[in-house]
Ligand binder design. Structure first.
Ligand SMILES: C[S@@+](CC[C@H](N)C(=O)[O-])C[C@H]1O[C@@H](n2cnc3c(N)ncnc32)[C@H](O)[C@@H]1O
Length: 328
């Protein structure tokens, strides 16, 4: 079967490229296969401790049989590094046949290959623990491409940080571990609870961490009115789209239209010399230079700060952009 040979070969090359990560005991979450960056657009494999998550988009043009064969290949090729299960997430553009719902498999305990895993697992990045969930829908709780950014931001010595669109507070945990006071803002109570567990998992002092269930734009408007709400680091890593909720004062979010206004509002609550980390997966902004051009068009001249290169397991270019800067 030609497909199986092709994926098996590409997976073997991808694995070889990550050899230094495979033996790490302090980092157990990383991308094993990164779509076009590993020669197969639309196919992604994340390692999350004892499990792999195989993400398949329409561009792969894979049948169900091809997905099952790939799951079996991943399991066979990673047993030696302790992977016991392969869970599958199919990202279908047209979900009309499923009544608009995500495929049932994304919330099923049963993996496509291997044994069942518990509902929650702990994985590590440079020794920092995070709770991940393998069958909680499309997301698992940790966006792996920001591993080096999380570490680099924590090393910058911020005393007061604001994490907008905090999700499971993955940016906050290393910052709090480095001694910062962090305010996490997200519209989802459930994700903020998950974020609390991530801090607890690492034995962090809860008195230094705040959680605010609020719309990010509304939070910045509140902060602008309160002089004590000023920060020396603001993390802005929003979704491309977010559903609104008029009852809770949450406007629908669209990164291409709303990110410039949000960055301007964030700059207004920075302490002098404070920095903003901004990242996006929005296709129009993630391509080369678009995010930085948008920031300059919004704020005028800024001082660009250095960030580490993308980790070696993140190989697909143009999917995500990130930048750190000091407004002038
Ligand atoms: C792609 S995730 C953000 C990733 C996150 N920054 C991280 O470090 O993993 C999307 C998050 O944005 C939140 N969200 C969506 N719209 C929002 C809004 N208007 N204000 C605040 N949070 C929002 C969602 O609840 C979800 O937790």
């Amino acid at each position: 079967m030609r497909h199986a040979t092709t994926f098996a070969d590409a997976f073997a090359r991808a694995r070889a490229h990550r050899s230094s990560l495979l033996s790490s005991t302090t980092t157990t979450a990383y991308r094993l296969f990164d779509g076009a960056g590993d020669d197969l657009p639309g196919v992604y494999v994340d390692r999350l401790g004892p499990a792999a998550v195989l993400g398949v988009y329409d561009d792969a043009r894979w049948s169900e049989e091809a997905v099952s064969a790939a799951a079996a290949t991943v399991l066979e090729a990673t047993r030696d590094i302790g992977i016991e299960s392969v869970y599958v997430k199919r990202f279908l553009k047209d979900r009309s046949r499923l009544g608009g719902k995500p495929p049932a498999e994304s919330t099923s305990h049963t993996p496509r290959a291997g044994i069942r895993q518990p509902e929650a697992l702990t994985v590590y990045e440079y020794g920092v623990g995070f709770e991940v969930r393998l069958f909680d829908g499309f997301s698992t709780g940790l966006f792996l491409e920001h591993r080096e950014h999380r570490r680099a931001l924590a090393e910058r010595g911020a005393t007061r940080a604001l994490n907008l669109f905090a999700y499971t507070c993955a940016f906050s945990v290393p910052l709090a571990a480095a001694g910062a006071h962090v305010t996490n803002v997200d519209v989802s109570a459930r994700y903020l609870e998950w974020g609390k567990r991530n801090h607890a998992l690492n034995g962090l002092d809860e008195s230094r961490v705040r959680y605010s269930r609020m719309d990010a734009t509304a939070y910045l408007a509140y902060a602008a009115r309160h002089a004590h709400e000023r920060f020396d680091l603001i993390v802005i890593d929003p979704p491309t789209f977010g559903a609104g909720n008029s009852r809770r004062g949450v406007k629908p979010w669209k990164a291409t239209a709303d990110l410039p206004k949000l960055i301007a509002a964030a700059a207004a609550v920075l302490r002098p010399g404070g920095q903003i980390f901004a990242s996006t997966n929005a296709r129009e902004l993630a391509v080369d230079g678009e995010l930085t051009s948008m920031i300059e068009a919004t704020l005028g001249r800024v001082r660009w700060e250095s960030l580490p290169p993308w980790p070696k397991d993140v190989r697909e270019r143009g999917r995500v952009a990130a930048t750190l800067f000091t407004p002038r």
